[in-house]
Design a protein around this ligand. Structure first.
Ligand SMILES: Nc1ncnc2c1ncn2[C@@H]1O[C@H](COP(=O)(O)OP(=O)(O)OP(=O)(O)O)[C@@H](O)[C@H]1O
Ligand SMILES: [Mg+2]
Length: 242
């Protein structure tokens, strides 16, 4: 490992440690208040426990990001086989539907879902990528919002195009160029959501590019965001590179 890589890893570790410390400190301080017997009212105690468990959930989501980051730094983990992109999208939708339901956000499937689309890729990494995209569409959505997951095939180019469109807060023009950069969090998002690292989309981009694909974002502030992923489909006798 060269010195630059060590410095970059050190920076990443420092940011992650910092992000882990804030929710942990909050949990310790809440538990301290309860432990010292300062809270006698059950309603107040329940409220404090609820706050502590929200911080614990934040910790889990940060640890998930760190696991993704670690896994991706070891490319040998990315074993390839024939995988069905539609199955991956369906699994992503069913995993994240409870989070969407919690916020009264509906997920609508577009065309092509239901027909198998094969790619020479890694199921786990592609699933992580789509989970990150759909999770963002939930996190940065509005209450009673909508997410549309649409797919189409470009037969000429032999590619599969997935679009995830939300009716959320949108991304300011100035931030659009930064969303795929590591540890960049939109100023807009920072005001609204706590407990994210800004790692998600940079990992997604890396996964999609490792599958010879491409990812783009378009957004209108206050109206919503569309993420478009294009991936080359399996070609008999081909290399799966477009
Ligand atoms: N669907 C979306 N709508 C609005 N803003 C978005 C959306 N997706 C991403 N963003 C913006 O892009 C930034 C980077 O996204 P990314 O997924 O990389 O990080 P994150 O969601 O902040 O944290 P993490 O994914 O690591 O938990 C977000 O902080 C947010 O500002
Ligand atoms: Mg994210």
């Amino acid at each position: 490992m060269d010195n630059n890589a060590i410095t970059e890893n050190g920076k990443a570790l420092a940011i992650m440690a910092h992000d882990l410390k804030a929710p942990l400190a909050a949990i310790v301080s809440i538990l301290g208040v309860i432990n010292k017997g300062y809270v006698t009212d059950m309603v107040k105690a329940k409220e404090l426990v609820k706050r502590a468990s929200q911080r614990a959930e934040t910790l889990i989501s940060i640890v998930d990001d760190i696991l993704d980051y670690t896994l991706l730094s070891d490319k040998s983990m990315m074993k390839r086989e024939m995988v069905d992109l539609v199955e991956i999208l369906e699994e992503s939708i069913s995993t994240l539907k409870p989070y969407a339901d919690d916020r009264s956000i509906s997920i609508v499937r577009g065309r092509e879902l239901g027909v198998e689309k094969w790619i020479n890729g890694n199921y786990t990494f592609l699933l992580r990528a789509f989970n990150n995209i759909v999770m963002n569409a939930i996190k940065y959505n509005k209450k009673d919002g909508k997410i549309t997951i649409d797919c189409s095939e470009d037969k000429e180019k032999n590619t599969f195009i997935v679009t995830v469109t939300d009716t959320g807060i949108g991304i300011p023009k100035d931030d659009l160029g930064k969303v795929f950069k590591i540890f960049e969090r939109g100023r807009h998002a920072r005001r609204n959501i706590n407990g994210s690292l800004g790692l998600g989309l940079s990992l997604v981009k890396q996964i999609i590019e490792d599958h010879y694909g491409n990812i783009e974002v378009t957004s209108t502030l206050g109206v919503g965001t569309t993420i478009t992923v294009t991936l080359p489909l399996f070609k008999e006798g081909g290399t799966n590179e477009s």
